[in-house]
Design a protein around this ligand. Sequence first.
Ligand code: ZN
Ligand code: ZN
Length: 235
Amino acid sequence: MAILASLSWLGCQAIDLIFPRYCIGCGREGFFLCSPCGNSFPRLEEPLCKSCGRPVDYPGFCADCRKNSPAADEIRSPFVFDGLTRTAIYRFKYRNMRTLAQPLAELMAGYIGANALQSDVIVPVPLHKHKLKVRGYNQAELLARELGKLTGWAVAADVLVRLSDAVPQARTSRAEERYRNVKDAFACKDDSLRDKNILLIDDVCTTGATVNACAAVLKNLPAAAVRVLTVAREI
Ligand SMILES: [Zn+2]
Ligand SMILES: [Zn+2]
């Protein structure tokens, strides 16, 4: 065991020599994201809508949620999608920096602990198989797996599936259009998530259309509760 541990340590050292780690924020060696930089991410401040998590003027629900309650029980994000948060997520998602999953999940776990969130199972927002083939990984699944290790909660990454690869979200600007694109895009392969208290994970929440479409499918099982946690929120 000691030999194996030494070999694995040597392997890490060799990888660090070939691909040295530098913090994406301050450039400090030895980290992909050092903790002072992670703690400097712009925070999403209260008051936030109790349901969709959007900033509001007064504590309570936003006008949209008062009119139609969304499928997800609540959507929460510790950070604003801006500054270093945006850089980190961009590199994590589009520049193959999969190793950022761990520090980003640690920041999410910090939020879970501080807000006493509870869950039976973590479910990542799925990618369509075509997009998965192009990108090589689902960033939400990497976050969910790291978060599973940190919380001890089960991770179900293959039950909720994405059926249609509609227009990429970033290219669709209007909220209604985004919702139309994702309305029928998701399905559950089986009912193993029935009656579960689910924590749905994604990297960024923009309008909430994608996570609400996922939540609607899970609520149909029915799931006991669907809470959403994303690293950041676009406001
Ligand atoms: Zn740093
Ligand atoms: Zn709301």
